[in-house]
Design a protein around this ligand. Structure first.
Ligand code: GCU
Length: 424
């Protein structure tokens, strides 16, 4: 008994010391943020002051969008519509009867090349026209839930090749369940549409595969300097899924909520900026190149991300390594491109690599554009306390804990979506 008490006491002291150290190291780090000036949201490159939402849409929004497209994420060099839609599985009573499960293969073809995207869809059973969260997953559809009928990259386990079987572990099934609050979504009347982001462009520094290759001109091997890196390709993929969802009677395509975590949170913001059909955009712990202000140089910097992940952004973005001030935009402007649609930025207290304060300040700055539309944004410099969400048309929370997606996060996203869909 005494031993147990002593043990708990020591653990307590140790964790207090650790958290004090964390707080003070965060404060020390904050002191290192350089003096910086953000590019103005409300003044055009030719010096015109923007006072109305229509001037924003006519003059400032297009130029900001074009800076992001040409200098940061990369333009999509052309277009390619969906070539084929194949429903592979339709189960009206999945997950113990509470969900409709649908698995669909979307294909794009050029010559003898073909790229397929394998969608997993869960919708509230017995309901038509459900609002949905649309989200990429990192490790495969079969990791989001232990439902044994989820296909592995479009295949049943028995159909896997020897090579594929070697890579597959039984524990992968449902291995990421904690990041996907599917029950909570279904109970609240929402569905989930998910797909492994590697289907669109494998996440490696190699531009010979993935969707890029279907867009090359004869002899081209890699995107040009202002053309799409992987993030932009993943964003493009979300829009093609939206094309399909517009034809899917079980889904309310006016209520598609884009969600992404981390690199996929960066992707969600860029996809939401490009495509107005997404009605709400949520970025979870998206950090550098996502919601966090680059000029703060806190946590991950532009030079870090371009060095460690050289394929994510357009080549042009590399010109801004350790040279953020030369860029005409910063990430508050990316969030502003989503206005007046609801946008949610979420941080985690221990996720200093993603710069929670930089994410918060970007959301606050973007709120200037929401104000033009008379929508409620963030007006204070002071970050909310941990686990104390702010839900205006701009939403924000700082969850206690590490870089992750948790039930707490999903509870907020569901409330946020309810709030906006009910008020419309
Ligand atoms: C790395 C990277 C981040 C990214 C994260 C992720 O940590 O530096 O920018 O958000 O990976 O996507 O998991």
């Amino acid at each position: 008994m005494i031993q147990k008490f002593l043990f708990n006491f020591i653990v307590l002291i140790f964790s207090c010391l650790l958290s004090a150290q964390n707080t003070s190291s965060t404060i020390n780090e904050e002191a290192k943020v350089p003096l910086y000036e953000l590019p103005q949201l409300l003044i055009t490159s030719s010096g015109k002051k923007i006072n109305t939402s229509s001037d924003w849409e006519q003059f400032r929004r297009p130029e900001i969008h074009s800076y992001f497209a040409n200098r940061v994420y990369g333009i999509v060099p052309g277009s390619h519509d969906l070539d084929e839609v194949e429903v592979i599985d339709l189960e009206p009573a999945a997950l113990g009867g509470k969900a409709i499960r649908k698995q669909v293969k979307l294909s794009f073809k050029k010559g003898n090349k073909s790229i397929s995207m394998h969608l997993l869809i869960y919708l509230p059973a017995g309901k038509k026209n459900s609002p949905v969260f649309l989200a990429y997953n990192f490790k495969g559809n079969h990791t989001v839930n232990s439902d044994p009928a989820i296909l592995i990259n479009g295949k049943k386990q028995s159909q896997l090749s020897d090579e594929e079987l070697k890579k597959f572990k039984t524990s992968d099934r449902g291995g990421r369940t904690s990041r996907w609050a599917i029950d909570k979504m279904l109970d609240a009347g929402y569905g989930l549409v998910t797909i492994n982001y590697n289907n669109v462009d494998p996440d490696k520094n190699d531009f010979s595969d993935g969707i890029h290759s279907l867009f090359y001109k004869a002899g081209q091997m890699a995107p040009n300097n202002n053309e799409w890196g992987s993030l932009s390709a993943w964003a493009w993929g979300l829009s093609r899924i939206m094309d399909f969802l517009e034809t899917e009677a079980l889904v309310d395509h006016k209520k598609v909520i884009l969600f992404g975590h981390s690199r996929l949170g960066k992707t969600a913001l860029w996809a939401g900026a490009n495509d107005q059909r997404f009605s709400i955009v949520i970025s979870n712990n998206s950090g550098c190149g996502g919601a966090a202000l680059s000029r703060r140089r806190f946590g991950e910097k532009v030079s870090d991300i371009n060095t460690n992940y050289p394929h994510w952004f357009a080549k042009n973005f590399h010109n801004f390594n350790d040279n953020e001030a030369a860029l005409e935009v910063d990430q508050h402007m990316l969030i502003a491109l989503i206005a007046p649609r609801p946008v949610y930025v979420a941080s985690a207290s221990k996720d200093t690599w993603a710069d929670p304060r930089g994410e918060f300040l970007a959301a606050r700055e973007a709120s200037q554009i929401y104000k033009l539309y008379e929508k409620k944004g963030i007006v204070t410099d002071e970050m909310p306390l941990v686990n104390t969400p702010f839900h205006g048309t701009v939403g924000y929370h700082l969850r206690d804990g590490k870089h992750d997606v948790t039930d707490f996060d999903w509870e907020q996203y569901i409330k946020f979506a309810d709030l906006h869909f009910e008020s419309n």
